[in-house]
Ligand binder design. Structure first.
Ligand SMILES: O=CCCCC(=O)O
Length: 487
């Protein structure tokens, strides 16, 4: 990519499949359109892979697995390090590409490129720290050697909401561990992944290690690969409903799985919290990525003594947010990804209002082209409202009041999800006590963002299996082998 004009960044991306190191058209030359969610217009067409294309990609990944596994860890790490540098050098054009296909404002897209790149820098450093073990058997006569080996060819499925970072969060550890891959990006946002694949190739990733299949038929292409038996691992980020189906498919050949699934994050604000800091945290936890994040605060529980002040201040902040096309200066709220997203958010707000919630600001779509929804704050949201149990995935903040710690912990945990929760309090004992009692894989304590490549990201209950990032992230792509040594 050499130019940062809108058509320039789109034209610069290869729109074909990447199989065995070659950019190739889909069989029968089929394509599908990618839309700009701000305008609804078609940005370009990309290759629409079939089952046969997917199997060709798996063939390519399988063919080079042994050779790739034998590559020196330092070499694997240096490829990632070079890719990190290239991502940062091209931050501006990649951000524009992402904004065009996904809608998030440019400032957030730049942030995502940096976040995505950081996974490569992190796993470049982890590649050379894969450790084994040596132990004397309890009976004293034998020895145990413990080795870590790549799990093998891996299938990666990434979502549309973080089109680059969810790719690097999976590709980084897979490369570091020595696994080959077939990756399928979301149909709404294939361009960022295609650009990323070229960057990895330019950074020296050998042919066949990363294969990219773009397709409108996710199940039609990926299910045969899951059931094929040669892939040994599936890493998925997306909804719990799809994750469940994929787990069933993986059961057949007993694939290793990493599942980053849905959330229903509770955001707890106690009377003793710094209210301004809590409002700031709420803005981050709610409005990052236009609310389209599994980590998004989905339910705000505010203690009675500060509920009025918190609601008023949050409403002031939300109603002042500039809405528009993500490429425009100063815009903070871009469009939702598609019409289905707008419809879901509208339905959830209508349901809450009909059950007695009050709309303090927003509560409607924005007239004109594109999938825009107003930043919305609701109070007195009853527990029976659908949005108390369903992921909103949009710019809507539902507030309910609570009185006691026990009551709010029970409410927060009353969900099948368990990804992340947020707690705002200035009382240290309460902070620790409540964090420990919350059934989530992550807790934001007096902060509204938890995501960090150096930290283990993941959920409990139906929010997923495994962890991505941090020192444990690479383990998802490694098998432990025990070698019994007789002396
Ligand atoms: O929607 C969930 C993707 C995870 C985003 C993050 O890393 O914060």
């Amino acid at each position: 990519m050499s130019t940062v004009t809108e058509s320039g960044v789109v034209d610069a991306v290869n729109k074909e499949l990447l199989i065995g190191g070659k950019w190739t058209q889909a069989k029968e030359g089929k394509t599908f359109p990618v839309h700009d969610p701000s305008t609804g217009k078609v940005l370009c067409e990309v290759a629409n892979a079939s089952k046969e294309d997917g199997l060709a990609a798996l063939d390519a990944a399988v063919a080079v697995q042994n050779e790739w596994a034998a590559t020196a860890p330092r070499e694997r790490g240096e490829i990632l390090r070079r890719a990190y540098e290239k991502l940062m050098q091209r931050q501006e054009e990649l951000a524009l590409l992402m904004t065009l296909e996904m809608g998030k404002p440019l400032a957030e897209a730049r942030g995502e490129i940096a976040y995505a790149a950081e996974f490569f820098r992190w796993f470049a450093e982890e590649a050379v720290r894969i450790e084994g073990g040596y132990a004397v058997a309890p009976n004293g006569s034998g020895r145990f050697l413990i080795a870590k080996q790549p799990v093998g060819p891996s299938l990666l499925i990434t979502p549309w909401n973080f089109p680059m970072a969810m790719g690097t969060r999976k590709i980084g550890p897979a490369v570091a561990a020595g696994c080959t891959m077939v990756i399928k990006p979301a149909a709404q946002t294939p361009l960022s992944m295609l650009a990323l694949a070229q960057i990895l190739a330019d950074s020296g990733l050998p042919d066949g290690v990363l294969n990219v299949v773009t397709t409108k038929s996710a199940g039609g292409v990926m299910e045969p690969l899951i059931r094929d038996g040669r892939a040994r691992k599936l890493s998925f980020t997306g909804s719990t409903a799809v994750g469940r189906k994929l787990l069933e498919q993986c059961a057949d050949k007993v694939l290793r799985t990493s599942m980053e699934l849905g959330g229903n994050a509770p955001f707890l604000v106690f009377d003793d919290a710094d209210v301004d800091a809590a409002v700031e945290g709420a803005m981050q936890a709610k409005m990052r990525n236009i609310g389209e994040a599994c980590t998004a605060a989905n339910r705000f529980y505010v203690q009675r003594g500060i509920a009025e002040e918190f609601s008023r201040k949050l409403t002031e902040r939300m109603s002042a947010l500039p809405i528009g096309r993500g490429t425009e200066d100063g815009v903070v709220v871009g469009p939702l990804i598609d019409e289905a997203a707008i419809q879901k958010v509208s339905e959830l707000v209508a349901d809450a209002a009909q059950r007695g919630a009050k709309v303090l600001t927003g509560g409607a779509t924005v007239d004109g082209p594109g999938n825009f929804y107003q930043p919305t704050v609701l109070t007195d949201v009853p527990g029976a409202a659908r949005m108390a149990s369903e992921e909103i995935f949009g710019p809507v903040a539902p507030i309910a009041i609570f009185d006691t710690e026990d009551e709010v912990v029970d409410k927060a945990n009353d969900t099948e999800f368990g990804l992340v929760s947020y707690v705002f309090t200035s009382e240290i004992k309460r902070a620790i006590r409540v964090s420990e009692r919350l059934d989530t894989g992550m807790v934001g304590l007096n902060q509204g963002i938890v995501s960090n490549p150096a930290a283990p990201f993941g959920g409990v209950k139906q929010s997923g299996l495994g962890r991505e990032g941090g020192t444990v992230g690479i383990d998802e792509f490694l098998e432990t082998k025990y070698i019994a040594v007789s002396l």
